[in-house]
Design a protein around this ligand. Structure first.
Ligand SMILES: [Zn+2]
Ligand SMILES: [Zn+2]
Length: 123
């Protein structure tokens, strides 16, 4: 694996909090390294996800998105425009374990709603 390409892909993922899709990451990477191939970007992304450096988000009704912030946070998906918003609700493991009496190995939440802009339109 070419370290320079991997570093570039990571930089592109981390430079915004937009939760870009693989295609958007490829376009941004190509702007800086014109010879980079789409397959290379995808392979590096998969590698960064398995290294635990980048988080892959499975988006309902859309392509997966990538998050350079691996600190514990959840995501809210806007029903109107599809925007992905960070939700800093802390680690809920303890609260869920208390409520269920079960030990959790992990959890994932799917939050749906409206982002600020779309919520403002509705009134
Ligand atoms: Zn929205
Ligand atoms: Zn996020």
């Amino acid at each position: 694996m070419n370290t320079k390409q991997k570093t570039l892909v990571l930089e592109v993922v981390r430079e915004t909090c937009d939760h870009r899709t693989a295609e958007e990451i490829y376009i941004a990477a190509k702007a800086r390294m014109p010879q980079i191939a789409m397959g290379t970007v995808y392979r590096n992304l998969a590698q960064l996800v398995s290294d635990g450096i980048v988080r892959r988000l499975e988006v309902p009704n859309g392509p997966d998105r990538y998050d350079g912030c691996t600190e514990c946070h959840e995501h809210l998906y806007c029903d109107n425009c599809g925007k992905v918003i960070d939700v800093w609700c802390g680690d809920l493991t303890g609260a869920i374990e208390n409520a269920t009496g079960q030990k959790l190995s992990s959890y994932s939440l799917t939050l749906r709603g409206l982002c600020e802009a779309c919520g403002a339109q509705v009134g």
